[in-house]
Design a protein around this ligand. Structure first.
Ligand code: ADP
Length: 579
């Protein structure tokens, strides 16, 4: 048993089950590119991908509609063609049917079945049996009138209709070898003259004689829409790529590039680099953004610059003030020490002075009463000499005490005169101790604001200490020059002091041990035996030089040399007058 479609499964009208939705299961989905689970892309890529997607969608939709319309048109053409063929077949077999020439009819059906595009030709009798077929082996077989292709006419209750609308006569089916075909049936009605062959009665007795079924191959007709589909897909892809690429380039050039420039300018400024001007570009909105960005960056740079300037000047001011404070503090400490020492010294000196004067006076008087060559005379002279030495120490103490209380008069002076006087005063000591003195003082040294007597006192102290440190002879070297503050170690002096007259006093004596280096300027610090040193020389000298706005530095290797460096601020020299 075969069905009119040629196989047992009808292919048209198969319903696609609708996708079932799940009401209530739709959750609030996060929005945004990233929440879609898509990788983070640049703006230009996003625009290109999004636009490409929608262009592809639109072109694909349009192509689908066009291809469907084309398919329908092609189908209509095929149906029309099959009708023409069927008409031609009916006309051709009409004579053989009238004369009941079955062999001629069979040959004709077989010959027409080989025609290009015709897949099969069948003629059924009114009982549904195949009377003639382009495939002769089918002849005599009966078709199932309940098959989908037959129910158009064989609904069961009503008699089969003789005239059918063209749309109801056609069906699409798949042949056993898998080919898609269009089948069209034609009712062969009993007309006047048909009974001439003697096979059946007049039309009044029998309306239908049979059915012509022409099967047309659909493959050639389908080739056209398929080719059109391929072209449409290729055009869609090309259009999508072109539009996406164009958008990518435009967005990248007009939007992304200026934004990238702004980002790198911001990063550069954040890293402390110089500010960068961002070009305003071709797109007006981006241009406005770039202009306001540039304004912002310029404003930021200038306020940053102001802040930096302010910070650095503040730093400088703080360091100057800190130095001044340190200087003032150490001066106060030193002054306090000296002041208290001065008060004590003045009291002691005053108390000792009267009895000492009495001792000296009475010793002198008693010495006049004893013979000059007697032992008593010599003893009295020694008492008188030692008492005088004590008196000298007391005078020194009184001087020291007075120095703490009154400000000496200062004036612009050259150091050479004080130096010469000091050396002159110590001539005898220098000669006795076999010390070689070398002095190198340039003539053109700037003046300093000092008290000459006090400066001489400082030099005397330094020279005397040096000579005493070289009991077996040695070398005392005195040099002077003008030094720039920046070439010296950090000094606790006011910041405005930039140039100083530097006097170095260097000897090849016993040196000063490292722990003592910080103590030699303390009042009463001495390493000399009792009666040889008071420990006041260097502290008085430091007080004097600090009074001139300078300081004294000391350095020694602790065994073979000592160097004192006296630093006094140099006065600005007036420019030489033209002669
Ligand atoms: P005095 O000379 O009365 O001891 P100073 O204040 O002048 O008091 O000196 C303090 C100490 O510094 C000295 O006792 C000595 O130890 C040390 N001193 C000073 N100058 C020198 C020097 N040129 N060489 C070695 N030691 C020195």
């Amino acid at each position: 048993m075969v069905n009119p479609a040629g196989n047992s499964e009808p292919v048209q009208g198969s319903a696609v089950p609708a996708e079932s939705g799940e009401p209530g299961t739709r959750s609030a989905r996060p929005s945004g590119w990233r929440r879609l689970g898509l990788p983070v892309l640049t703006l230009s890529t996003r625009v290109a991908v999004t636009a490409g997607f929608f262009v592809l969608l639109s072109v694909a939709g349009l192509s689908f509609l066009l291809i469907r319309a084309q398919r329908e048109q092609v189908l209509a053409e095929v149906i029309h063609g099959s009708e023409s063929i069927a008409q031609a077949i009916l006309l051709s077999i009409d004579r053989d049917m009238r004369l009941n020439q079955r062999d001629g009819l069979r040959e004709l059906v077989a010959a027409m079945g080989t025609h290009a595009g015709i897949a099969s030709i069948r003629i059924y009798n009114k009982d549904g049996r195949i009377s003639f077929s382009s495939r002769p082996e089918e002849e005599g077989e009966r078709v199932d009138t309940r098959a989908e292709a037959c129910v158009q006419c064989h609904s069961g209750t009503t008699p089969p209709a003789v005239e059918l609308a063209p749309a109801r006569r056609s069906r699409i089916y798949r042949s056993p070898d898998g080919e898609r075909r269009l089948g069209t049936i034609y009712v062969i009605a009993n007309r006047d003259g048909c009974q001439d062959g003697g096979c059946h009665g007049p039309p009044s007795e029998q309306r239908l004689l049979g059915v012509l079924d022409v099967g047309m191959s659909r493959e050639p007709a389908q080739a056209r829409p398929a080719a059109a589909s391929r072209s449409a897909i290729l055009i869609s892809l090309a259009a999508t790529l072109l539009i996406a690429a164009a958008l990518f380039l435009i967005v990248r050039r007009s939007v992304q590039r200026p934004i990238n420039r702004m980002v790198s300018a911001t990063r550069r400024i954040a890293a402390g680099g110089p500010s960068l001007h961002v070009p305003e570009g071709a797109v007006p909105e981006i241009g406005i953004l770039a202009a306001s960005f540039n304004e912002l960056i310029e404003g930021f740079s200038s306020s940053n610059q102001k802040l930096e300037d302010w910070a650095s000047s503040l730093e400088e001011k703080v360091s100057v003030k800190a130095t001044e404070l340190r200087t003032a503090r150490s001066q106060v400490i030193q002054a306090e020490k000296l002041a208290s020492v001065g008060v004590v010294a003045a009291g002691i000196a005053h108390e000792l002075n009267s009895p000492l004067m009495a001792i000296i006076t009475f010793t002198h008087l008693v010495r006049g009463t004893v013979p000059p060559d007697s032992r008593a005379f010599e003893d009295l002279r020694m008492i008188e000499r030692e008492a005088n030495r004590c008196a000298a120490i007391i005078r020194q103490l009184l001087d020291f005490s007075r120095q703490q209380q009154q400000e000496p008069e200062k004036h612009a002076s050259r150091i050479s005169s004080s130096l010469d006087k000091a050396l002159d005063l110590l001539k005898v000591e220098v000669r006795n101790s076999e010390v070689a003195v070398q002095v190198a003082i340039p003539e053109n040294l700037p003046r300093v604001n000092v008290n000459d007597g006090q400066l001489m006192q400082v030099f005397v102290n330094l020279f005397l200490n040096a000579v005493q440190a070289m009991p077996h002879g040695g070398e005392l070297r005195v040099t002077a020059d003008l030094a720039a503050r920046r070439d010296l170690p950090p000094l606790e002096l006011p910041a405005e002091v930039r140039k100083l007259v530097r006097i170095t006093v260097r000897d090849t004596g016993t040196g000063i041990k490292r722990p003592d280096l910080t103590r030699v300027f303390d009042p009463f610090f001495t390493t000399k035996p009792p009666g040889k040193g008071s420990g006041l020389g260097l502290s008085v000298s430091m007080g004097i030089i600090q009074g001139f706005g300078g300081t004294i530095l000391v350095d020694s290797d602790g065994m073979s040399w000592t160097q004192f460096t006296v630093l006094i601020p140099a006065l600005e020299e007036p420019a030489p007058q033209p002669v």
